[in-house]
Design a protein around this ligand. Structure first.
Ligand SMILES: [Zn+2]
Ligand SMILES: [Zn+2]
Length: 351
């Protein structure tokens, strides 16, 4: 499975890091209340072709967050009235929650772009928690989650869906290009962290806006994603993520501009570390199955010793995502009994 270390892709010159302000890129860190996300979220103000600004993500919608965004734009000697368009990289509230605020301060209706697969989570006309909550509850019960974990997950889900949604999201897809004053940004669809996550790549300068697809120090959480009717199998986040990572590894990138934390170089090394991290986790899951079949919740209890109910969704998501990878590899198989799904290790002879 591991690829041999590749030489730098054509176009990448590892010797010189791009000068961001010279490329018209300004990072604005915005505080958020989710410690597990990896620190403040970044909004990027990019100098646009016509002298205006393109915003890549708009941060979170709290008073503290919007104040930080306002101050960041003001520090550039700019105002929200100069924002011409917004691109939302994926449908998580820390990345789109500030859109309505920016639009109101700009004084007009701004074009806001996002990938169709994430639109239901961020658009005004999208899914509501009350509509999808029963499907999630049923699914999590099937994964073995007890009532107290379900209650905590419901509270967390409701909180995540409370944000102000985007008035209208215009679809943007793989291969689309956004030309700014200094950049030619290519839209790359990189499903994994969410189904509709997009990165932006300027090949000439080797700059990748990676948002939560690639962070320097933390692995993006592969979250359970169900269809609107609560059906699973609609999206396997970690299976998709590993494919997107392989694609990212080959890109001509000199500098990664992440969704959280400062810019960093060495994307291939970060990706290789992530691959090792997930492989180890999968080995631990297989070890937990040596004693016999277990539900994903039982596996979570073995892997994460002090499991708080509030962590149940993240942890269950992590376990099920890795089980899906093992399932694709033929290393585990599932069975369902009494409404609970259990996984068992498949011996080499049984493949
Ligand atoms: Zn995210
Ligand atoms: Zn994020």
């Amino acid at each position: 499975m591991p690829d041999p270390p590749a030489d730098p892709a054509p176009g990448a010159d590892p010797g010189s890091a791009p000068d961001l302000p010279a490329l018209g890129i300004h990072r604005i860190p915005v505080p958020i209340p989710f410690p597990q996300a990896g620190g403040p979220v970044n909004a990027y103000a990019v100098e646009d072709e016509d002298g205006g600004l393109l915003l890549v993500d708009a941060g979170y919608g709290s008073d503290e967050a919007t104040a930080a965004l306002s101050e960041g734009v003001r520090a550039l000697g700019r105002g929200f009235g100069e924002v011409r368009r917004i691109l939302v990289t994926h449908g998580h509230v820390d990345h789109y929650g500030g859109v309505r605020f920016v639009e109101e301060r700009s004084g007009r209706e701004l074009p806001v772009f996002g990938h169709p697969a994430d639109v239901p989570k961020m658009a005004e006309a999208g899914w509501r928690w009350k509509d999808i909550a029963p499907g999630y509850a049923a699914h999590l019960r099937r994964l073995g989650a007890p009532p107290e974990a379900l209650a905590a997950i419901a509270a967390e889900g409701e909180r995540g869906f409370r944000a102000r949604r985007i008035r209208e999201v215009r679809p943007i897809e793989e291969g689309a290009r956004l030309r700014t004053r200094h950049l030619e940004l290519e839209v790359l669809h990189m499903p994994g962290h969410t189904p509709g996550l997009v990165c932006l790549l300027d090949r000439r300068h080797g700059v990748l806006f990676s948002n939560d697809h690639l962070l320097e120090r933390i692995s993006p959480n592969p979250l359970i994603e169900l269809g609107p009717d609560g059906s699973d199998g609609f999206f396997r986040p970690l299976v998709a993520y590993m494919q997107s990572l392989s694609r990212t590894r080959e890109l001509p990138v000199q500098l990664v501009l992440p969704g959280h934390g400062p810019p960093f170089a060495g994307h291939r090394q970060v990706i290789d570390t992530l691959r090792v991290f997930y492989r180890r986790r999968q080995e631990r899951i297989l070890a937990a199955l040596e004693a016999g079949p277990r539900s994903p919740f039982e596996i979570a209890g073995v892997l994460f010793k002090q499991l708080r109910p509030g962590d149940a969704f993240l942890v269950l998501s992590e376990v099920i995502a890795n089980l899906e990878v093992l399932e694709v590899q033929g290393a585990v198989a599932r069975e369902e009994r009494d409404g609970v799904r259990r996984y068992r290790a498949v011996g080499k002879s049984g493949r």
